[in-house]
Ligand binder design. Structure first.
Ligand code: SF4
Length: 474
């Protein structure tokens, strides 16, 4: 068994802001790289609009190197397990959800989940990322039994599960006691934690600003509920991550507002901690994947002939503001045009997230959506972590993403980018440093056997293992 090597993680404080500084000033950018000044939302928006991409990359990379050093970049071996696709919400960007009555609705039997974890453990995996739709037919005991069963059979596997929207629906489904949303969430979360839940993923963050959220996340919790859920998790001593899905109807100011809210809540968590108190460990952002989704049928902005002349500003930018409460009536095409995000917009957004989120340890590269080679470049745009070896994924793959990497390929991508790959655990301590000939990538003699593969997606045969509860849902 590999040894855990704890890494020294900086005690993040909030550096002073210099709101009068020009965001593009070289001295200011140098201070940002050193972490001695805090980027204001206005300055972040300036960077979005005006900073050359390479400049952003250089500064974000310098910032990343000061936190994580010049040598090691990490990955984790975990497995996505999407335990059910039955969901009460109808997010317009989602191709995964089903009503309980649809022929391909499923909920996995606990034994099927155990089988998946056994496969993970067999390849040296340490964590499951377990998320699902919000299935009203599953009682609290189903979750408690599932977690207890996992911990009994796989005590060493870290259970990273149930994003805030799921918790908000748990409160609705289970009707726990409590006077306010936080105390109800705490009631449910305490029980799941005692049964085996270790930490919370940041799914369902999308974009926090209300006008955008109301358009794309039908039936899903609002930003305040999402952030409250994470605060409760931190109070219970759990680490969490935060995410952002962009490149749809939102404006750049919405992205900045989203990051600013995460930073503000992280400041509070760190002030209360670190003893016995959790916080956000990581931030991961990725562009919207459009295949098979209702939102994906919304036309791209500016592709129609003459449209850029008649609509020179992206509608989302006209509506968005830094307080997240822009007026959706400010542009009649708001929500009817998508600004599709390519590699440069992705790298720009990730680099700004590294600079804006000066109190978050890890910025993850999103190769799953962007492809392995953009993910590799992302390691020079502020990311320190390549995420996970991907055995299975069903949510973004339903929307068209098909990349799948094994450990040797992931290690090679990191090494070819100029770093030493290292397997990490959930809190970013090192499990195996691959600096010698026994490294997974340095053992490979025939790379033709290690091409990027399609993701494993839940099959209809697997779906037949669904539990009675779901098939009877109506
Ligand atoms: S994104 Fe999640 S919450 Fe929204 S419809 Fe899909 S499964 Fe449900």
């Amino acid at each position: 068994m590999a040894m855990t090597t704890p890494r020294t993680q900086p005690a993040f404080g909030a550096p002073p802001a210099a709101p009068e500084a020009d965001a593009l000033d070289r001295g200011f950018l140098r201070d940002l790289a050193f972490g001695s000044v805090r980027l204001t939302p206005e300055q972040a928006l300036d960077l979005f609009k005006h900073a050359p991409l390479h400049t952003l990359g250089r500064v974000a990379d310098a910032r990343c190197r000061r936190i994580h050093g010049d040598q090691i970049r990490t990955y984790i071996i975990d497995r996505n397990i999407n335990y059910t696709n039955v969901c009460t919400a109808k997010c317009t960007f989602c191709a995964f959800r089903r009503d309980g009555t649809e022929h391909d609705a499923y909920t996995l039997e606990p034994s099927a989940i155990h089988d998946k974890i056994a496969e993970l453990v067999a390849i040296g995996g340490t964590q499951i990322l377990m998320q699902g739709g919000m299935n009203p037919e599953l009682p609290l005991d189903w979750y408690l039994d599932l977690l207890a069963g996992i911990k009994e059979r796989f005590p060493g596997v870290h259970v990273h599960a149930f994003s805030p929207p799921e918790f908000i629906e748990f409160v609705d489904f289970f009707a726990p006691p409590g006077d306010d949303p936080a105390s109800k969430i705490r009631w449910v979360m305490t029980r799941l934690r005692a049964a085996g839940l270790d930490s919370l993923p940041g799914g369902g963050g999308e974009i926090f600003s209300e006008p955008v959220r109301r358009k794309i996340g039908l039936g899903k919790c609002d930003a305040d509920a999402w952030l409250t859920c994470m605060q409760v998790a931190h109070e219970l001593g759990m680490f969490t991550s935060a995410t952002m899905m962009f490149g749809h109807i939102e404006g750049f100011a919405d992205r900045v507002h989203h990051m600013a809210l995460v930073r503000e809540r992280q400041d509070l968590a760190l002030q209360r901690g670190p003893e016995g108190y959790g916080h956000y460990k990581a931030f991961i952002s990725w562009p919207f994947q459009r295949e098979n989704t209702p939102l994906g049928r919304v036309p791209d902005w500016g592709v129609r002939e003459g449209e850029l002349e008649s609509m020179p500003e992206f509608p989302g930018d006209v509506v968005a503001n830094l307080t997240g409460d822009g007026d959706p009536k400010a542009h009649k095409e708001f929500g009817r045009r998508v600004r599709r995000s390519g590699a440069t917009d992705y790298l720009r957004t990730q680099a700004i997230s590294r600079l804006m989120l000066d109190n978050i340890y890890s910025i993850g590269a999103s190769w799953v959506t962007m492809g392995p080679h953009v993910g590799q470049v992302a390691l020079s745009y502020g990311a320190n972590d390549m995420g996970s070896v991907m055995m299975e994924e069903n949510v973004v793959s339903s929307a068209g993403t098909t990349y799948c990497l094994n450990e040797p390929v992931l290690c090679r991508l990191i090494r070819d980018a100029g770093f030493v790959p290292a397997q990490r655990d959930n809190v970013y301590d090192l499990l195996r440093l691959h600096d010698g000939p026994a490294s997974p990538d340095l053992q490979v003699t025939d790379w033709s056997e290690h091409r990027v593969q399609r993701l494993h997606v839940q099959t209809e045969a697997e779906a037949e293992t669904q539990v009675e509860l779901t098939t009877s849902a109506s």
